[in-house]
Design a protein around this ligand. Structure first.
Ligand code: SF4
Ligand code: SF4
Length: 323
């Protein structure tokens, strides 16, 4: 749903109210809160945000640029002040470093820190350095003045691909570094996914701007509203699973008929994420709908499982069907 005037980069009033409605529904908030959301967004000064990247492919930032509701432009221009983003900002080198330091200093204690990528600690952090500093040192300094942290993507949230066996660089998640006392403790929300859904990032950010707090989190610090159910729960192939219609090869009749991909290794029944609910590219489709099994990218240890294309063990009673 695009709420931007096609000839403008900022939200129109009508688009803004429409977006507040969409935001309320994606966060599972009652419609009665829409005026409060609108008023909150209008009166709140833009939230200073610093985005740091470590061991990542930049897919999470790329995913955020695909955010349709709100668009990245409206997020940056209307609701947050993105003071440092290594990928999106125009400046580079010393000028960029200075602007990051200036923002940390002037917004100390009240900026939101967004972390993308895992953080390596082997070889004194030499596997990810920036401006002559290790990623670990950079993160520790930025965490000191942060009001809260969002770990975007499976790498920042759970270690992701950099942490997969044998983890040669000593990659750690933000939470692991906090628990180990390597960085200061701050309120943390995890948005795992490879990459996370744009709406999960945008709505969590908007929730913080409006309510000054995270949405309700589960035990793994993930917003329940986006990670409370599995891919399987809303999958477009669920009726095939329930009828026992399974593709057994990627080129068989079942695959061509759109049958369930469980026997091709789909991890959807054990993967907590909202891809099947919100989908990608403005609600167009998601990997399973396009013919590929869910790899379970948003679960901890996803890349160390026994084979990406091996069927998993699921509680069959829970899913009413024996494959
Ligand atoms: S097993 Fe995978 S393809 Fe089959 S219904 Fe569940 S999520 Fe969809
Ligand atoms: S469908 Fe599964 S593997 Fe694909 S992005 Fe969503 S959670 Fe990750």
């Amino acid at each position: 749903m695009s709420v931007l005037d096609p000839f403008e980069t900022r939200l129109s009033r009508r688009g803004f109210l429409k977006w507040c409605g969409y935001l309320a529904s994606s966060l599972a908030l009652p419609a009665s809160l829409i005026p409060q959301i609108a008023a909150g967004l209008e009166r709140t000064p833009r939230l200073p945000v610093i985005w740091l990247s470590f061991q990542s492919c930049s897919g999470c930032a790329e995913s955020l640029t695909r955010s349709a509701t709100p668009t990245l432009e409206s997020l940056i221009l209307d609701f947050v002040s993105l003071d440092f983003h290594p990928l999106l900002q125009a400046s580079a080198g010393t000028a960029a470093e200075r602007s990051c330091q200036a923002s940390i200093k002037s917004n100390f204690g009240r900026y939101l820190l967004i972390v993308e990528g895992a953080i390596p600690i082997h070889a004194h952090g030499a596997y990810a350095t920036c401006a002559g500093q290790s990623g670990l040192k950079q993160l520790a300094e930025a965490t000191e003045g942060a009001a809260a942290i969002i770990a975007v993507g499976s790498c920042a949230a759970f270690g992701g691909i950099p942490q997969a066996h044998p983890n040669p660089t000593g990659a750690h998640s933000v939470h692991e570094l906090m628990v180990a006392g390597r960085i200061p403790q701050r309120p943390l929300v995890n948005l795992p996914g490879c990459p996370p859904l744009p709406i999960a990032m945008a709505a969590t950010l908007a929730h913080i701007v409006v309510f000054g707090a995270f949405p309700r989190l589960d035990a793994r610090k993930r917003p329940v509203v986006f990670y409370g159910q599995t891919i399987h729960d809303h999958c477009s192939r669920l009726s095939c699973f329930q009828q026992g219609l399974f593709a057994e090869r990627f080129d068989d009749l079942g695959a061509r008929n759109g049958w369930c991909l469980f026997k091709l290794g789909c991890k959807g029944p054990a993967t907590h994420n909202a891809c099947s609910l919100h989908k990608w590219n403005d609600g167009l489709s998601f990997p399973v709908e396009s013919g590929h099994p869910c790899l379970g990218c948003s679960e901890p240890g996803a890349w160390d499982r026994d084979g990406l294309y091996h069927p998993i063990k699921v509680n069959l009673a829970m899913h009413n069907r024996s494959p």
